[in-house]
Write a protein that binds this ligand. Structure first.
Ligand SMILES: Nc1ncnc2c1ncn2[C@@H]1O[C@H](COP(=O)(O)OP(=O)(O)OP(=O)(O)O)[C@@H](O)[C@H]1O
Ligand SMILES: [Mg+2]
Length: 230
């Protein structure tokens, strides 16, 4: 594996807790982690163990309470708000639990929208979205709205949306939650192809051991920390 130093993610003794009225709910305590380019990592752990919380922090949607967090070789604590926004828009592709596609828009439009938010001209964004849908073998579903897509197709469109900014990290929260084994395998193969083709890092929170076993590494969240199983 090519460990490009400028292109990975490191956590040093990070902590996270939710503040409740009576007490702090501790989720991570002195957690250490390194993720390299081109690797696929499964995040396993029981419901409530903190998988989504970890993805949200890594994906810059939330922040660790303390500790050192380096992303793309930059120290998070030294980043300005606009640098954080830029990394979130340019380098991170999020695939949310239950895909969260825009229901009133077609598959193509769902993939175009993030590019328009970044002020990319419509024609350029459309061409790119068609390429992505073709890459995902969904060219025959371009004009379908999510209600007219199967669960596996919707999840592939959600992956397409995450790919629209050609991110360095794909963060997927339960991407196969409602899918059968064949569709789970299809999603895995797509994510594998994406990480191999473009040296992205792919981090997937899942309850699915079949999916986790196929990854390069498996991290289990246990006792507010991470145990590396593979
Ligand atoms: N806003 C909040 N305030 C307090 N506690 C919270 C809040 N959001 C989440 N939690 C708690 O944090 C813990 C971790 O939640 P998280 O959603 O990260 O777990 P998870 O591993 O993704 O679970 P699942 O497998 O069910 O998706 C849970 O115990 C949850 O109840
Ligand atoms: Mg979750």
């Amino acid at each position: 594996m090519n460990k490009v130093l400028s292109n990975y993610l490191e956590l040093f003794d990070v902590n996270y807790y939710y503040k409740n009225k009576l007490e702090n709910v501790e989720i991570f305590k002195n957690l250490n982690l390194t993720i390299y380019p081109g690797e696929m990592v499964a995040l396993l752990g029981p419901s409530g163990s903190g998988k989504s919380t970890l993805l949200n922090c890594i994906g810059l949607l939330d922040k660790f309470v303390s500790g050192k967090f380096k992303i793309l070789n930059k120290d998070y604590s030294l980043l300005t708000e606009s640098e954080i926004t830029n990394i979130r828009l340019n380098d991170i592709g999020f695939v949310f639990q239950n895909h969260r596609l825009f229901q009133e828009f077609s598959a193509l439009e769902n993939i175009i929208i993030p590019s328009l938010i970044k002020n990319i001209p419509f024609d350029v964004a459309k061409k790119k979205a068609i390429q992505i849908l073709t890459y995902l073998n969904l060219e025959h579903r371009i004009n379908h709205r999510p209600a007219k897509l199967s669960g596996g197709e919707s999840q592939r469109v959600a992956i397409g949306r995450a790919l629209s900014n050609n991110p360095k990290f794909i963060l997927a929260d339960e991407p196969t939650g409602n899918l059968d084994k064949d569709n789970t395998l299809l999603i895995f193969n797509i994510l594998k192809k994406i990480t191999l083709d473009s040296e992205k890092s792919c981090i997937i929170a899942t309850h699915n051991n079949f999916l986790a076993e196929k990854m390069d590494r498996i991290f289990l969240i246990e006792n507010q920390n991470i145990k590396i199983l593979k």
